[in-house]
Write a new protein. Sequence first.
Length: 441
Amino acid sequence: MMEQANMFEQEAEQPLAARMRPRDLDEFVGQQHLLGPGKILRRLIEEDRITSMIFWGPPGVGKTTLARIIASRTRASFADFSAVTGGIREARAVMERAEEGRRFGERTILFVDEIHRFNKAQQDAFLPYVEKGSIILIGATTENPSFEINGALLSRCKVFVLRALEPEDIRVMLERTLRDPRGFGNMKVDLAPDVLRQIAVFANGDARMALGTLEMAVLNGHIAADGTVTVPAEILSQITSKKSLLYDKNGEEHYNIISALHKSMRNSDPDAAVYWLARMLEAGEDPLYVARRLVRFASEDVGLADPRAIEQAVACYQACHFLGMPECSVHLTQAVVYLSLSPKSNSLYMAYESARKDAETRLAEPVPLQIRNAPTKLTDSLGYGKGYVYAHDTREKLSAMHCLPEDLMDRVYYQPTTQGLESRYAQRLTEIREWKKAHDK
């Protein structure tokens, strides 16, 4: 009896985020692109057909929770391992036990949290066990698997990208927490919808942060004579800080603010662009996130109208990486103003979108023989590379050779504007096209 009491005491002492961890897919919020009705990951979990996979996403979006839900549903043995607290030697011992189980027809799922903490040489230890089927590996990482996971291992795993939770997802979770006995369901808590919305925005897509903020707010709230707990605005402001609440001062959400920055630059309005930049940075936004968006903008909205725009954006990203906040705010400002004042062209964006549609719908178009690779006698005998013209051997450094598939011969994807320096490229392209037309046999 005493042991049971201790167990309940320990559960009550757990942080709110641990107590409210979803127990099944119905309690899980967000990730509808993976877990919505009929989506692949949901089907794999519900049908217990798990294969080796990597969960990639920011903190607090449910990577570990999904693994625990899988553990509760699967008929396989389940081993939970963290690369933060354990070494590769301990992981290898788990896999060796799994190999013994495989000989008796037993499946083993091995969940490795923070798998990127193992270097690529250490990750090699998983490979033979995955290949033999001794384990079904589920790795969780906040880092890009393409860079942090061993290529051979990654090729044997399906990568599922988990997204930062939307404020609405977090609000639903917080409301459930107020009703659930595991949370504050046994208390009288009076929180205005606007307070929940502010917490949801402050969390910036992180469920763990949202629950931690809610817990601190309730525990520091005012208790009335009837036991009702209320959280005054000043207490919430102290918990989240004024700076964080600035991010949603007028109701804008995270993606609305970055959209405002992007569209202000596109509209050549440096004053508005700098204002939205300041709104993000003073709210605690990651400067590298902003810098990445500027790199995208430099090609999507400026492009060849000013080829130096991409140089400015990439240099800004590097400066942000070297310095961090608050020092890098001036570098971001420089890039934002430069991009705002640059001539605008979306011709590169439109070229790719046009080509993408053909690429997605015309997957079987053959590569013309003249530009195929011919590394063997067989491919050479089949005509690979026949008719290829090495442009550097010609006087004009041009040839009339066709490089598009025959059925797409007349397609024009890149249509330059006359903005800024792109007018020079437009003139050059016109000359090239006219020359090729005149010399086409």
